[in-house]
Write a protein that binds this ligand. Sequence first.
Ligand code: TMP
Length: 247
Amino acid sequence: MKSEKLYEGKAKILYPTESQEILLTYFKDDATAFNAQKKGQIKGKGEINCTISAALFEMLGQLGIPTHYIDRPAPNQMRVKAVKILPIEVVVRNIAAGSLCRQTGLPEGKELPQPLVEFYFKKDELQDPLLTDDRLFLLELATPNQLEEIKNMAKAINKHLQEFFQDCNIILVDFKLEFGIDHTGKIILADEISPDTCRLWDAMEGDATAKILDKDRFRRDLGNVESAYQEVQQRILSQMAKNKEQS
Ligand code: TMP
């Protein structure tokens, strides 16, 4: 990489480009969990997450969701529109899992009557606490109009992704999104959508643990992490090829 990095996160590095409006994202194989208390590597993850995110952003763009995605100049590199990232993790849940079960006692796997949209404060030192709307306004993380727009976009993205993953024989349990504000003030989808940021369960019959195809395999030391990521990539790309053939 030629230029100095602008920012290095846990899974990605951001580089400037010749244009102030464009950034280059480099996807790393590094994996962390529990606010980086657990660290490791998932071989090939950078390329897989970049490929999957690019494919999903492209699809969502075609469905009318504005995203930061421009193109993918190399397998683990994505060119994106420069945005100011809102320090909010937007989590959408269709099925109870993870922290929702830990914090509410709902049993894992329970289908929710309607998608749940939640906001977490993106601040490692505070362990990304759950926000209420009023706390979010108190901290001036977004205006009421922006929050409404983010909620609506998150629900629309969920509908599109759920439908697509169903065609891939994958259950979209929950996922995390990040949004940014572009130079015109518009809110657009940013960051990544990948097995690092989604819970994805194989829809095939079988053992509950064997069905996990996402970063929970790393978080919970379940083994076969690389092969799960590869499986998700393969199903997504072959379904996209099928969809293209039909259009
Ligand atoms: P949670 O159940 O641990 O709150 O996670 C909900 C979803 O958000 C799950 O799909 C994993 C994703 N996620 C991230 O992408 N980054 C994070 O830092 C956390 C905690 C969760």
